[in-house]
Design a protein around this ligand. Structure first.
Ligand code: PLP
Length: 420
């Protein structure tokens, strides 16, 4: 395939003149500019077709251009595009919050809405500070919670923090994220000793399956054990399910497979299936630590509860339920696991891991991963790099992807990885 085609190349040059050069990476083989996308197929501006094994950063769980979500947004745009989130809200905001309380793990039912994942984490962090009166946090090496200053404070990938270190208070206590096969009890014991040594920890923040850090699945019992540990130490537990939520790992939320309920759950990405919306959902007793609004909210934003975003989220949840996407992700995960396992024999692959439709293929080095991303693109498959060093290929397709298309894309990927 002629990738990037002439139109993509032109657009890349135009973009370089008007966008911060830090944002879009451009080289001889990247990027392609998307023109349209449907289900798991993307068409670029030159008419090239690709299978998207990223779901656009884990967003389009119900498929790109999902008809029900698109119709809900279009309808809402026709009647009410914007309201006054924390002053005169849209009716549909209440509908969404009711729905979130129904689908959230038991006991969680009071929500802050926001637009991006980082904002949901910020809301959770501020809630933990208000609820506990404490001011520091525990988090994990390799964790990715967003790039705002507040979330960098709990971020575990050093390259993102480095340029800003002088303004970050550096109060987060970092733990190692355990790997599948590790001894859960040994890691829990380390966590206990570490947390006991710090008396100002408001909350422990964890992705139940670490996503951008490299798709690490912790050993069974670890997440559940953290729940018990945090309860016994009086530390709040925040789950960042911004990537793992809405069926991605084979259950509605990854924590449900661990039988662990956090004090605060953060969601985003697939919540709007492409419309920006996120949320931090807490138990009422924790959320009620915030004072009643005296007429001016202490924490809000212009787009909080935007009606189009709320309509998109309600429709997305409807689609996740109607299409039984968690079950579908689990079934497709079982289907592709043996194919990935076969790849282990390939000398370039160090490890294969994942759950549901979130998989990471760890390669020997980042250069191999970067080349595989470009080779796959030229062969019609979109994948991205993950891992703190970029040495992991991330496979997180839309959960609606067809079996045949998925297996074909994995074959293409395997072919790229076996090239000399
Ligand atoms: N948390 C996790 C687990 C993520 O994967 C991401 C983004 O990739 C974020 C938070 C930040 O979300 P956003 O980029 O919408 O701010």
């Amino acid at each position: 395939m002629n990738v990037p085609g002439p139109r993509s190349r032109e657009l890349a040059q135009a973009l370089r003149r008007v966008e911060s050069r830090n944002v879009t990476y451009v080289d001889e083989r990247l990027p392609v500019f998307w023109e349209s996308a449907h289900s798991s197929t993307v068409v670029d501006v030159d008419g090239n077709r690709f299978t998207d094994l990223t779901a656009g950063f884990g967003v389009a769980n119900a498929g790109h251009g999902n008809a029900a979500v698109a119709a809900a947004i279009a309808h809402q745009a026709g009647v009410l595009m914007h309201a006054m989130g924390d002053v005169h809200p849209a009716r549909v905001k209440t509908d969404l919050l009711d729905k979130l309380a129904q689908i959230a793990p038991a006991g969680l039912g009071k929500t802050f809405l926001a637009s991006t994942g980082a904002e949901a984490i910020e809301a959770a962090i501020k809630t933990a500070i208000v609820a506990t009166g404490k001011s520091s946090f525990a988090a994990f090496r390799g964790a990715y919670h967003g790039l705002s200053l507040g979330t960098l404070e709990v971020g575990g990938i050093e390259k993102f923090r480095k340029p800003f270190r002088r303004v970050l208070p550096n109060r987060a206590v970092l733990l190692d994220f355990p790997r599948e096969g590790d001894d859960a009890d040994a890691h829990l014991e380390i966590a206990r000793r570490t947390l006991e040594a710090h008396d100002d920890v408001a909350a422990l923040l964890i992705e139940p399956i670490q996503a951008r850090g490299g798709h690490f699945v912790p050993p069974r019992g670890y997440v559940r054990g953290l729940r018990d540990l945090c309860t016994s130490l009086g530390i709040l537990l925040i789950f960042d399910e911004i990537y793992t939520g809405f069926g991605r790992t084979g259950s509605m939320f990854a924590c449900m497979a661990e039988d662990a309920v956090p004090d605060i759950l953060c969601i985003g990405k697939a919540l709007g299936n492409g419309f920006p919306i996120s949320a931090a959902i807490a138990s009422p007793s924790i959320m009620d630590a915030w004072p009643e609004s005296p007429g001016e909210a202490l924490h809000t934003s212009t787009y909080l509860g935007n009606p189009m975003a709320c309509a998109a989220a309600i429709a997305t949840i409807g689609e996740v339920e109607r299409l039984r996407l968690p079950q579908r992700a689990a079934a497709l995960g079982s289907l592709i696991e043996p194919h990935f396992e076969q790849l282990r024999a390939n000398g370039k692959i160090v490890d294969v891991r994942g759950r549901g439709l979130m998989w990471g293929l760890e390669l020997r080095n980042p250069a191999l991963a970067a080349r595989a991303v470009k080779d796959a693109l030229a062969a019609g498959v979109i994948v991205v790099q993950a891992g703190a060093e970029g040495n992991v290929l991330s496979v997180t397709p839309p959960l609606v992807i067809g079996e045949e298309e998925l297996l074909h894309a994995i074959d293409i990927l395997a072919g790229c990885l076996s090239a000399p």
